[in-house]
Design a binder for this molecule. Structure first.
Ligand code: GLA
Length: 376
């Protein structure tokens, strides 16, 4: 099939990936997160094609495309198509305003690297169609429908963080998001002379989706046990460590570990926010290391490659802290590195990582950036 890829677009939209400074796996436990969009993004070029139902989508990055009929949307065997189909399916529940369109997507956001290329794809499409067809959806409509698309069409029972960060981020800030009330605050992040350096492990262990859903169930199991004596709680957000302790004998060690990680991680998000506001960067770094310890030992969503890089960073005075960012089982570690020490640290990490895993590390700096927007 011939795809028209070089058309003159009516609209160009860019939709960013994200990092999460701290607060991992807390979103679906209705806790706090501290993400921001980054400059790496997916670019969408869109035009109406005059047909009622026919849509053509093409990935310039992967040189593959497909055509779909808006009246016959169902899940595909091909993974990336499900992000598109899921979004269209959710939009169709809110409006019948979408008609035939052509769309190309091009990404400089590495997939499977824990930087949420999924949310960038979902939210960018929702945002683009909203603009192109004047659908009147709010930003929160787009965030929520993209999250549901991931549940129903992709099969990951994700929280709201990635979609929220992709759409709502503001340059130079992280977002303190309360995933229970959905209230949020933009927290300025000025960590000079330190920089945020990502080290991409280039592994994405394929356990990620099934283990993700298992973690969610384990947390729910914890909530169900605690609820028997505390009927007022509805999520781990409502539980303190003091409340959890008496239930240690009633839950498996695994469920206890999962619950204690989430409770402590919520506390770390609030502590990190205060540390950033008062320029206590050493403390911010320590919180990252603590968080990684929990990610690895209590929540068990790390992997040897991420653990190796976080441990390696501890040998450098120029690194304040590091941890794996995102859903887990690989992807990127996030490192706060003094600008004078970046080259030395990255060179040494690259060499050590290659020796240990025979993989070429990829390192890049990211800056807190704005959310999904129209390119003018
Ligand atoms: C993935 C999910 C998010 C969040 C993170 C872990 O990125 O999509 O909702 O749960 O993992 O913090």
């Amino acid at each position: 099939m011939e795809f028209i890829t070089g058309f003159t677009p009516e609209l160009t939209v860019k939709s960013p990936g994200r990092i999460n400074l701290i607060g991992e796996h807390t979103d679906y436990n209705l806790g706090y997160v501290l993400p921001t969009a980054i400059e790496n993004q997916i670019t969408f070029k869109l035009r109406k094609n005059g047909s009622v139902n026919k849509c053509n989508l093409y990935s310039l990055t992967y040189n593959t495309g497909f055509t779909l009929d808006l009246n016959k949307i169902s899940r595909s065997e091909i993974e990336w198509e499900n992000y598109i189909l899921g979004v269209l399916n959710e939009i169709s529940k809110l409006t019948d305003g979408v008609k035939g369109f052509d769309c190309t997507v091009e990404s400089n956001l590495p997939t499977g690297s824990g930087l949420s290329s999924s949310a960038a794809l979902e939210c960018g499409l929702a945002f683009g169609l909203n603009e192109l067809f004047g659908l009147g959806l709010s930003k929160m409509d787009m965030v929520k429908l993209s999250q549901i698309a991931e549940h129903t069409y992709v099969g990951t029972q994700c929280g709201i963080m990635d979609q929220f960060a992709s759409v709502m981020s503001k340059e130079g800030h992280v977002i303190l998001l309360d995933c229970k009330s959905l209230e949020y605050d933009y927290v300025p992040i000025d960590i000079r002379p330190y920089r945020i350096i990502l080290l991409n492990t280039k592994v994405s262990h394929n356990l990620a989706s099934s283990e993700y859903n298992t973690r969610k169930q384990e947390c729910q199991e914890g909530v169900d046990i605690i609820k028997q004596k505390h009927p007022e709680i509805s999520s781990l957000r409502d539980v303190t460590l003091d409340m959890l302790m008496p239930f240690k004998a009633e839950m498996s060690q695994t469920v206890f570990n999962r619950c204690s990680f989430i409770i402590e991680e919520n506390e770390r998000v609030l502590a990190m926010t205060e540390a950033l506001k008062s320029d206590r960067l050493k403390e911010a770094g320590d919180l990252l290391y603590e968080a990684h310890g929990g990610i690895s030992k209590l929540y068990e969503v790390s992997c040897p490659e991420s653990d190796f890089l976080v441990d390696f960073s501890k040998g450098y005075d120029t690194v304040l802290g590091a941890r794996q960012t995102g859903g887990g089982f690989g992807g990127c570690t996030l490192n706060l590195v003094h600008e004078a020490g970046i080259d030395e640290f990255v060179t040494a990490a690259t060499k050590a990582y290659k020796n240990a895993f025979a993989i070429d590390l990829e390192a890049f700096e990211v800056r807190p950036s704005g959310g999904t927007s129209v390119v003018v």
